[in-house]
Design a protein around this ligand. Structure first.
Ligand code: KIV
Ligand code: ZN
Length: 525
């Protein structure tokens, strides 16, 4: 079904899989990217920027797979202003139903002088030639003058005018280093609107980074000045402080509809679900107080608030939790609940159970946890499905851990783990505490040794029988990786989180991708 493309509609361009994935520790495998792309399609984003094909063979493969499999949104690939990048972008995109090539070149004085060592007119020439070259493959061309927010306005207008004449259909204005402030960013768009003669023949777009915490505010300012595309990522992930957060910008437009008088195509009820998938896949968890999808976003603790809420929800609530996909009834199933009720709850939470095997495995785990816990909350059910989805990617599967620990002596742990051939491997190791011992035993079996950078544990629901979510951040060959897992036993969740990281690295190694995940330096077009 063709989406509405009215003057008052803002195109949501999701770059979780490209700019988001560039964040340290957020690299994803092909299967993980496909899982995110499917969720983005369900969320109904207009454009998925699937990657940067010239950056690595892994990136090329994932853009190509997403282009083949995901129908609905436009699929976009990034390319620097050179023939090889553009040819590779097209090669990866060619099976997409709605392909878009996104070419960029830096325009600010600091980038011209120190990075590109090119004069103003040489940059314009490069942009024109490469937009024309991209246009010879594909009619939908986006052009970005990188570091636009620090580019002289007159020169920026010249670049934009030439880019439009060369065939660009979307002009994206990046605040690459997150330097802009809303009033000023508004003026950049207003200036382009007033001074570029062919500006109304293209869609104007904003691409904001969050270094000063203003990515969402700057994107909204751009929209007020006439931008009709916002580039953003789920959970705001991205390089350094991240990108404009999709859920925040979309809910601002929806909630303040009387102010903006604009709309997006996003199915906002799927926001929470999509956020959880991205958090699960990247291992980057969402802070409790994060707007829209953080755990506390709809929690009212203060008595005076609760009193107001009981009289009328609108006293303290500007959005309804249901509108972002948080269900109203939270207390759900118990150990006597059957498969049917379980399936219904899983679907109500936004997951699709498309095989009997997955239902059986999840239901088995549900029963196991329900035996240990009095009440099963939405978060418990969600964690079961997430664990099943990531476990199936292997190659290592945890079977058992046994730990002996005393405050007076080093701890000892024995881990039993299946390898990809289903052979059971067992090792015992000692450590300065039970968690360290578990990690050592895993390293012995898998032969992957990691540097632990951070270890966090938190209860996912209330109560003393709450499941514990463990997040580990490790360093391996200079890159950082995150893993997350949930269990009623925090030693087990620690083992699972560590094994998730090991699995992630093993998968990248197996595909001989590890060397390639070090992306071609974006700063050197
Ligand atoms: O931040 C930036 O400038 C980018 C461009 C490639 C659009 O990500
Ligand atoms: Zn960016």
């Amino acid at each position: 079904m063709e989406k509405k493309d009215k003057k008052n509609s803002v195109v949501i361009f999701d770059t979780t899989l490209r700019d988001g994935e560039q964040a340290p520790g957020c690299s994803m495998t092909l299967n993980e990217k496909l899982r995110v792309a499917k969720a983005l399609k369900e969320l109904n984003v207009d454009v998925i920027e699937a990657g940067f094909p010239a950056a690595s063979p892994g990136d090329f493969d994932s853009v190509s797979k997403i282009a083949q499999e995901i129908k609905g949104p436009s699929i976009c690939a990034l390319a620097r202003c050179n023939n090889r990048d553009i040819e590779m972008a097209w090669e990866a995109l060619k099976e997409a139903k709605k392909p878009r090539i996104h070419v960029f070149v830096a325009t600010s004085e600091i980038h011209r002088k120190h990075k590109l060592k090119l004069a103003k007119d040489e940059i314009i020439k490069t942009a024109i030639e490469n937009i024309k070259f991209a246009k010879s493959f594909c009619k939908d061309i986006e052009f970005s003058p990188e570091d636009a927010s620090r580019t002289e306005l007159e020169y920026l207008s010249e670049v934009v005018e030439e880019a439009i004449m060369a065939g660009a259909t979307t002009i994206n204005i990046p605040d690459t280093v997150g330097y802009a402030i809303p009033g000023e960013f508004y003026s950049v768009f207003k200036y382009l609107k007033d001074n570029v003669k062919n500006i109304n023949s293209v869609r104007l777009s904003a691409h904001c980074h969050d270094d000063l915490g203003m990515a969402v505010a700057n994107s909204l300012a751009a929209v007020e000045a006439g931008a009709r595309q916002i580039e953003c990522t789920i959970n705001g992930i991205g390089e350094r402080a991240g990108n404009c957060s999709l859920e925040e910008v979309v809910m601002a437009i929806k909630t303040r509809n009387k102010h903006f008088r604009l709309e997006t195509n996003i199915k906002t009820q799927k926001l929470y679900h999509t956020s959880r998938i991205v958090s699960n896949v990247t291992g980057m968890h969402v802070p409790r107080n994060k707007a829209i999808i953080g755990e506390n976003a709809f929690a009212h603790e203060a008595g005076i608030h609760q009193h107001g809420m009981l009289q009328n929800q609108a006293t303290y609530e500007i959005m309804r939790p249901e509108d972002v996909g948080l269900s109203k009834s939270n207390l759900v199933l118990g150990k006597h609940s059957g498969r049917h009720a379980f399936r219904e709850k899983v679907e109500q939470l936004g997951f699709q159970i498309n095989s009997e095997d997955k239902l059986n495995d999840s239901f088995k785990n549900f029963k196991k946890i329900a035996d240990k816990k009095k009440n099963m909350y939405d978060k418990d059910i969600e964690s079961i499905i997430m664990n099943i989805d990531s476990a199936k990617f292997g190659p290592w599967t945890l079977k058992e851990i046994k730990v002996t620990s005393a405050s007076s002596s080093p701890s000892s742990a024995t881990a039993s783990i299946n390898n990809e051939n289903n052979e059971l491997l067992k090792e015992t190791a000692k450590g300065e505490g039970p968690v360290a011992a578990v990690f050592s035993a895993i390293e012995k079996i898998t032969n992957i040794s990691l540097k632990l950078k951070n270890f966090e544990v938190r209860g996912i629901t209330d109560g003393d029988d709450a499941q514990g979510e463990v997040t580990v951040t490790v360093e391996y060959k200079g890159q950082s990786y995150r893993g997350q897992a949930i269990s009623t036993d925090i030693l087990e969740s620690s083992a699972l989180a560590y094994l998730e990281v090991v699995n992630r690295i093993s998968r990248l190694k197996n595909k001989n991708n590890l060397a390639n995940t070090k992306k071609t330096n974006l700063a050197n077009p």
